[in-house]
Design a protein around this ligand. Structure first.
Ligand code: G3H
Length: 541
């Protein structure tokens, strides 16, 4: 059987889909959550096709649909969020932190009850392996619990009063206002909730636009949002992003743009806000993280981390290793080991045991990756594992390809491929990878492989001004979620660790007075009368 047919054969016939993972029926999501109501939608819908093709079924497998909302619906969501915030006087922003924590805990319990449905939709909508889809769900729940702990710590720290230069002051964090949350297709649940949950728990009201691929998985959560939060606190926005999101930004009523997506989109959206000084942006954007493998590197370790870094979830991670610089003296050895190990990876459906490579989520991606490969071949590179089928594409499945030697003229040197392609650049002079990182428009992370303390120190000191995180002898990654996750240049704006996300979605509020006995008594009375939510010194356990 030829290589293409081998890939084609991996797609299942209907009866081959394990019982556990079958979608009982397509999910036709016909509701929008606006102002505390699940409104029925009778307008046009977007049909969702799975990247998992079914053998002998033409065309793609339809798994559901969701509303193509209009700017009129988006406007109603926006107004609901503005009214619920009510200049900071709404029920949610003025609720005690303790009560807001309770509501988020309640939401989480409702979310956990729908785990199976959400995980299954992650599998069918974006082709994520069952193991990774479960991990994404569990990591998100863990993130929420860690956020709750962090909010308690923050509350307890900021309940204290500071006395400085005859002033008494209390400094707390208060919400910004209306937050527009948009997550990416590759971690639709996790990355959306790493902005939405901190924004929510700090007292903001939310406009939530799910990603184009990865929308249906939120259907099981609409009821939970409705039941856990006061009306207007969480509102959904559906429809064509290019129409609806500019409309929201141009209204000037969005106070925070929380977007995990492309820098081009973020750039144009920010410019649409009529009062740019009022807009705060929390952005996770493009990245092309490099691995720099020095001549003394442990080759087996570098190969293992390169594979995990470049090919987990088919390379569709913002943190993925997207270009590998290898010292020429070990390039041959490294390449041979890489070919061997890539060949061991299992390609299949999300439920295939120990699978690594699964169908690609974006319909246009296989064609784009083919263009990248053709461009590299035309400019002098080869696909090192071509004999083994590297680079073969059948519908949404692509066998990972190792491309060598990649140079500055190729798309794979400059563009974020976001797929299972490993471009390798040989180098003699350490200035080559350094120059790459310095001149790259992106600055998320880098990985260095070596044991040489001098070389590592030089790279750390040179690159600390270019990227947000430097990984030693390990792949690039976001986790653990308590570490700051950020980026330089066009890769990010703001930092998103569990603690820092709370800062990102809030602003300092200082209550201060001159230290006189009259003012001291005034504050004491307010505290003991327990009549202000803001000026209070409650501790939360
Ligand atoms: O796409 C970006 C994700 O946040 C990746 O998270 O690097 O911990 O897998 P991770």
């Amino acid at each position: 059987m030829d290589k293409i047919n081998l890939l084609g054969n991996l797609f299942p016939a209907s009866e081959e889909i394990p019982e556990n993972f079958r979608l009982k029926a397509p999910v036709h999501q016909k509701q929008m959550l606006i102002n505390g109501k699940l409104e029925e939608w009778n307008g046009p819908t977007h049909t969702v096709f799975s990247p998992i093709y079914i053998k002998n079924h033409e065309p793609q497998h339809e798994i559901g649909s969701y509303p193509i909302g209009t700017t009129i619906d988006a406007h109603r969501s926006l107004e609901a969020a503005v009214v619920a915030y009510n200049s900071g006087r709404g029920e949610w922003p003025s609720m005690s932190v303790k009560q807001r924590i309770k509501q988020v805990e309640y939401f989480t319990s409702l979310m956990i009850a729908r785990k199976k449905d959400i995980v299954n939709l992650l599998i069918w909508e974006i082709g994520k392996s069952t193991v990774d889809a479960e991990k994404e769900f569990d990591r998100t729940v863990e993130y929420i619990y860690e956020t709750i702990k962090a909010v308690k710590r923050l509350n307890n720290r900021s309940s204290a009063f500071t006395i400085q230069q005859n002033f008494i002051g209390q400094i707390k964090k208060v919400p910004h206002g209306v937050v527009l949350c948009m997550g990416p297709f590759n971690y639709p649940l996790n990355e959306t909730f790493t902005t939405l949950i901190p924004a929510l728990i700090m007292g903001n009201t939310i406009l939530f636009k799910p990603p184009k691929h990865g929308t249906l998985l939120f259907e099981p959560l609409l009821e939970a949002f409705k039941n856990a939060f006061p009306k207007g606190v969480v509102n959904t926005v559906y429809g064509r992003g290019r129409d609806i999101v500019p409309f929201l930004m141009q209204s000037g009523k969005v106070d925070v743009l929380a977007l995990i997506g492309s820098s081009k989109v973020a750039d144009s959206l920010k410019k649409m806000h009529p009062r740019s000084n009022r807009l705060k942006s929390i952005l996770g954007l493009d990245a092309k993280n490099a691995a720099i493998i020095l001549n003394d590197a442990d080759i087996d370790l570098a190969v293992k981390e390169t594979i995990a870094g470049a090919l987990s979830f088919n390379g569709q991670r913002c943190t993925a290793l997207k270009i590998i610089f290898v010292h020429s003296s070990i390039a041959n050895q490294f390449n041979l080991r890489l070919i061997e190990e890539v060949e061991k990876l299992i390609i299949g459906m999300p439920w295939t045991e120990a699978v690594t490579i699964t169908p690609l989520a974006e319909p246009g991606k296989p064609d784009y990756l083919k263009q990248c490969l053709d461009d590299a071949l035309a400019k002098g590179a080869t696909i090192l594992n071509q004999e083994q089928g590297g680079g073969t594409i059948y519908r949404s499945l692509m066998k990972p390809s190792i491309v060598y030697p990649v140079n500055v003229h190729m798309k794979l040197y400059n563009e974020e491929q976001f797929g299972p392609v490993i471009p390798i650049v040989p180098f003699e002079d350490i200035e080559t990878p350094i120059d790459y990182v310095i001149h790259s428009p992106y600055g998320q992370q880098v990985s260095i492989f070596s044991q040489d303390i001098n070389a590592i120190s030089l790279l750390i000191d040179t690159l600390a001004g270019q990227v947000g995180r430097i990984n030693l002898n390990s792949q690039c990654q976001r986790s653990p979620d308590t570490f700051p996750f950020n980026g330089r240049k066009d890769s990010a704006e703001g930092t998103l660790s569990v603690d820092e996300a709370l800062m990102a979605f809030s602003v300092d509020s200082v209550v201060a007075t001159k230290q006189t006995s009259q003012n001291e008594s005034l504050i004491e009375e307010i505290l003991s009368a327990n009549i202000s939510t803001r000026l209070s010194n409650h501790v939360i356990f």
